[in-house]
Design a protein around this ligand. Sequence first.
Ligand SMILES: Cc1cc2nc3c(=O)[nH]c(=O)nc-3n(C[C@H](O)[C@H](O)[C@H](O)COP(=O)(O)OP(=O)(O)OC[C@H]3O[C@@H](n4cnc5c(N)ncnc54)[C@H](O)[C@@H]3O)c2cc1C
Length: 478
Amino acid sequence: MNAELLNELTALLPKDGILTNPAERLVYDCDAYTVEKSPPDIVVLPTTTAEVSAIVKACNRHDTPFLARGAGTGLSGGAIALADTVVICLSRMNRILGVDAHNRTARVQAGVVNNAVSRQVASLNLHFAPDPGSQTSSTIGGNIAENAGGPHTLKYGVTTHNTLAVQFVTSDGEIVEIGSDVEGLPGYDLVSLICGSEGTFGIVTEATVRLTPLPQSWRTLLAVFNTLDDATNAVSAIINEGVIPAALEMIDATVLESVEAAYNLGFPLDAAAVLLVEIDGLDAGLDAAEAKCRAACQRHHARSVESARDEEERDALWTARRKGVGTLGRIARSMVTQDCVIPRSRLPEVLREIGAIVSRYGLRVANIFHAGDGNLHPIILFDERVPDEVERMTAANHEIVTLCLKMGGSLTGEHGIGLEKQDYMALMFGEDDLDMMIRVHKALDPDDLVNPGKFFPGSKKEFRETPESITPRRTALV
Ligand SMILES: Cc1cc2nc3c(=O)[nH]c(=O)nc-3n(C[C@H](O)[C@H](O)[C@H](O)COP(=O)(O)OP(=O)(O)OC[C@H]3O[C@@H](n4cnc5c(N)ncnc54)[C@H](O)[C@@H]3O)c2cc1C
């Protein structure tokens, strides 16, 4: 730990705004990607943008890397601190600063929890559309950094489509405003550049987000299938009907088993999978859209298609989707969630192959994912205390990622590259693409101080092989 930097940070922040005690720092040793861990030297908890700026300037003076952290729910290791990295946790910057109902926007601090925005504006008949499964804990800053999606982003778009402007602390500590509260801003779309940059350019401290009217009406259907093939074929069939559901999610038998053990909601335990299909909008068109969805499921041998009769039944269906991942803790000690995207039409063969891969390694897989987007989340269940299981999980994971790439897919739909997938970047992108990304990065973070060791291929190697003396720099790449 750099003693001079620590002195400067101590002078900048109140006593409870800086954590150096090993037990406290341990809480920040990983995010929800628990495969790799590294407790940071220092965690700071600023409450204002001016404090964030001062912290970043202090880090610059001491040539010390830093990273932003929201709620630590990230699934690719983006918030894990490599050696000497100061963690700037935004969780105390959690105020909703203003709501403009006429223009349907809200100005929020970066540490505001995702669904706090929707709760705040519900009485105005509005909501913040991106709804990651982590919406009760993940922050707007983390959502922007990862360009988070969620079940309803099939129709309403991901975070970048719902973010108009950000206040941003640059890599050298300057405070800048990017974007505008009005639509149609000319020039480079810098807000979109920041969305999905995985916290490698600077720190978002505030954002103006778009608010969307709550739908006038909805229909929520549960279609039950005896085979994964039928369930996945029905996904493409629904979209081919010309219906864009607000959500089109798949939950497999393993997840249903753990959901039932936890909540006893009455899901069938002998089904291979269920589809949760939600359509919403003006009431007038919904019966016709529902009929099309039903017909598509029935054509693919759904053994039943039930419609939620009221809010209570709808909530029960959504409980399975929203809490499903958490309930897997009942049947597995550890889990790792994959996040590849494949063309929707290839869902049947890819899911079949994923099942075969994971059982070849003697492990179990659970699937609960955004089927309408082709965004897979195979969750491999294992025990992190057993080295052999970790090895088998890693090997299975590797095969799944390469399979999805071979199928014309993408490395990540919403969880990001982080530590987890950086070495795969070179499989997906050619040298020209990577070189362009490195040049953009260099323009915004010339000294490589912002969340180093992430995203670019090769940077993690040092972290893995020499954990005692990590050199978290990417300069070797350029
Ligand atoms: C059960 C569960 C379900 C999930 N479901 C979804 C889902 O449906 N869709 C989805 O997209 N994701 C999902 N996630 C992943 C995760 O919740 C999202 O990536 C979320 O956006 C992370 O937010 P966070 O506040 O926890 O960020 P963190 O994990 O703290 O950080 C994530 C990354 O963002 C950077 N960052 C954080 N705050 C800032 C900031 N203010 N400025 C700049 N960079 C910042 C960090 O440096 C890090 O690289 C899920 C996670 C879990 C555990």
